[in-house]
Design a protein around this ligand. Structure first.
Ligand code: NAP
Length: 410
């Protein structure tokens, strides 16, 4: 397809899918969305670091050809639309990209751009690795014990947005049907929300989580659910998760229950499950027991931010939304509009999302180089305002200066 406003870099090549795998050339075209508010500041800083790390790791043999695509306020200015069709098309064609935060205009029935992107591109897994880096301020005594990757289902659950307001004709119709034909006793004044969870949606998420555990030498996958109460949605999620592990990964996984009965877990990934409420407690008190988590949408939403808070907060938590192949990595915080264009905020969340992206395309050396330089910079107490206010003896620097310090440490 030819694009209207998007300029495809002539020096780059497309990432393609061959025999069920991503094929990444040495000069891949990667898409980026700058984002609103603080988006331009953190994107500018991160682009410098990603490019410098790739140069350092591969000495010019590999290079990213960046292609800007548009969403949010930039897109509105250029196209008169917050999410132009060609942005979605570009992601479908070029497969891998990264985005800064986007404003969700409040009211007027406006759907969140992030939710729309996830739904339109069927980015069914929201992946959030959460680990601690030495020196980063944390409320825990042992934040070093936190090292999990959360796979949150992105397309189903009460998040699917199927709901009707209290008193609306639709809600009343649903309530009449349920009360008259299904024997329920729902108040006619109730607002109604629907929670669909399917075997297909569950299994494709859990499959991704188990594959991740196997490919990265992780010892367990925990299914987090509320199945004791919501038996046919959350409970079914749990059951389908175990079923998938048995059917597709029977030789390399073992259910925790079977280990209690004496089966060996040696060399296998243990599949276990925990009820959501106790999971919040366990992630605080015994975080080292968890390595990979797979969970439905709403639990995952709460859990990802709560666990991120244990190791420094959403200001540095990275994330990615991934389908079978298309992947859009993103800063997990919002646009923090009061800090727009002040060169002040922490670029950590976007930067580390870019590290996930480099890992995703198989450029592990560049990803590793950034992590090492990031750790070194924070250990030198060179940090942005948000960390500086929680650290003694810190040197507070601007976003761009933080980027320069990391590049110097590469
Ligand atoms: P926010 O933009 O995340 O900001 C809340 C606070 O978090 C900031 O005031 C700041 O705290 C801190 N913060 C956020 N990013 C930071 C960074 N990079 N470095 C340091 N501190 C950072 O949340 P919000 O104010 O609720 O939302 C603002 C807009 O963003 C809304 O339009 C919302 O819809 C949108 N949003 C977008 C996304 C997304 O695109 N993925 C996600 C969430 C929200 P202090 O004030 O303490 O310094």
């Amino acid at each position: 397809m030819t694009f209207n406003k998007i300029v495809v870099p002539a020096e780059g090549e497309r990432i393609t899918i061959r025999e069920g795998k991503l094929h990444v050339p040495d000069h891949p075209i990667l898409a980026f969305i700058e984002g609103d508010g603080i988006g331009p500041d953190i994107t500018r800083a991160s682009l410098r670091i990603w490019n410098a790390a790739v140069q350092k790791a591969y000495g010019g043999q590999r290079q990213i050809a960046w292609m800007e695509i548009y969403a949010g306020e930039n897109a509105d200015r250029l196209y008169g639309s917050y999410l132009p069709q060609e942005t979605l098309q570009a992601m479908k064609e070029f497969l891998v990209g990264i985005k800064g935060p986007l404003t969700t205009p409040v009211g007027g029935g406006f759907r969140s751009l992030n939710v729309t992107l996830r739904q339109e591109l069927d980015l069914y897994a929201c992946v959030r690795p959460v680990r601690w880096f030495p020196g980063v301020p944390s409320p825990l005594r042992r934040p070093d014990l936190v090292d999990v990757v959360i796979f949150r289902e992105n397309t189903e659950d009460v998040y699917a947005g199927i709901e009707w307001a209290s008193g609306s004709p639709e809600a009343q119709r649903v309530i009449s049907f349920l009360n008259e034909e299904m024997g329920t006793e729902i108040s006619p004044e109730a607002g109604i929300g629907i929670k669909p969870i399917t075997e297909f949606g569950t299994k494709r998420l859990v499959r991704k989580a188990i594959r991740h555990a196997l490919e990265n030498g992780r010892k367990s996958v925990t299914l987090v659910h509320k199945g004791n109460i919501q038996k046919y949605t959350e409970g079914a999620f749990r059951n389908w998760g175990y079923e998938l592990a048995r059917e597709e990964f029977g030789d390399v996984t073992v259910a925790e229950e079977d280990t209690w009965a004496g089966k060996s877990a040696e060399g296998k990934v243990v599949i276990k499950d925990r009820i959501a409420d106790i999971m919040f407690q366990m992630m605080l008190l015994r975080p080292s027991e968890f390595e990979v988590i797979a969970t439905p949408n709403l639990n995952g939403d709460y859990l990802s931010d709560a666990v991120a808070a244990e190791v420094g907060g959403v200001g540095i938590a990275p994330g990615g939304n991934i389908s079978d192949f298309i992947a859009l990595f993103e800063a997990t915080h919002g646009t923090a509009p009061k800090y727009s264009n002040q060169d002040k905020v922490n670029p950590g969340s976007l930067l580390l999302s870019g590290v996930m992206m480099l890992d995703y395309v198989g450029w592990k050396e560049a990803a590793r180089a950034i992590i090492d330089a990031y750790v070194k910079t924070v250990a030198q107490k060179i940090v942005t305002y948000d960390f500086a206010r929680q650290m003694e003896g810190a040197k507070e620097v601007r976003t761009s200066e933080f980027a320069s310090a990391i590049i110097a440490n590469l």
